[in-house]
Design a protein around this ligand. Sequence first.
Ligand code: PLP
Length: 376
Amino acid sequence: MLRFEHAPKGEWQDVSQEDWQDWRWQLKHRLTRLTDLEGRIELSEDERKGALLAQTRLAMAITPYFFNLIDKNDPECPIRRQVIPRIQELERAPHELDDPCGEDAHSPVPGLVHRYPDRVLLLVTDRCAAYCRYCTRSRMVSGNDEGGVFRPQVDQALDYIRAHPEIRDVLISGGDPLLWTDAKLDRLLGRLREIEHVQFVRIGSRIPVFLPQRITPGLVDVLRKHHPFWLSIHMNHPMEATAEVKEACGRLADAGIPIGNQTVLLRGVNDQLPVMRELLHRLLAMRVRPYYIYQCDPIRGTAHLKTTVQAGIELMQGLRGHTSGYAVPNYVIDAPGGGGKIPINPQYVEELTEERVVLRNYEGRIFTYEQGQAVT
Ligand SMILES: *Cc1c(COP(=O)(O)O)cnc(C)c1O
């Protein structure tokens, strides 16, 4: 079931290798309408209605490359679940929100979120190569007009960062910043680098996974100019770990760019331990360090993709100690209302007193660490 070789061209077998490897060709040929799916894949009634309605809400867009990873014979294919809309997206449970992480309330400038004391999130675009159906920013991405049109104010955001010397870390995201041209990215990174107190710059992007063709040698040359530069990618299932992605990550890693991965815990995608373990191992093989596993945000219309926190904790328990420490990410909930990322850990401390700590190891065995004489 799991693939690790070049994706087959399938439906597009008449396309030249050159076009297929061209990221602009991939963008131009994205599947964005119900009629693009019809004839290529058999849709359920829920998906058909979902694809129709996606034009009025969070848009549908799937690159041919990513669409080709779908197992067409599996109606519950984990790739399919991430990018093909279902009518359930229109349902809203009472606890579900449009802005689940409370970003708008922490936004001093449109497109800038200043939640933590020493770092900011800079949203530079509302467009992505493809749209994840559980998008935490579905209120503003893809040009849908629900929350008004999103117009990032990059100049104003840079002024704000300049005026706040406590900001030492800028996370550029969106939308997907790597949709910008090389020249535009170069300029933005250069302007950030000119700010003395900004020590650390990173981009959050799913493009290495949705559109690995974008990671051209030219782009990598631009990014490496601005070291220390880090990248967070977003991979959810081992089927996404293709030869193309491995090549793209290899190019980035060769340029000295440390790569982390963020995974969203999704029902029917990666909520089973063997699947998650396989994903994490494949990331390590691509020189990508698993960084976060997110509990799915309580975003409107995602109930069909959510798992329980109990299931997430159990998953973490099945990882720690059972596999390489480097393969074990932090499991977090981005707290509704703007509390930030809060770690959710299995309980390993059974008892903690001034004298000792009683610990449970990964096998469930109990150990005691004596603190000795407390220093007073
Ligand atoms: C996730 C996030 C960051 C970065 O958090 P790290 O834990 O440092 O990766 C910064 N600002 C906002 C608003 C975020 O959501």
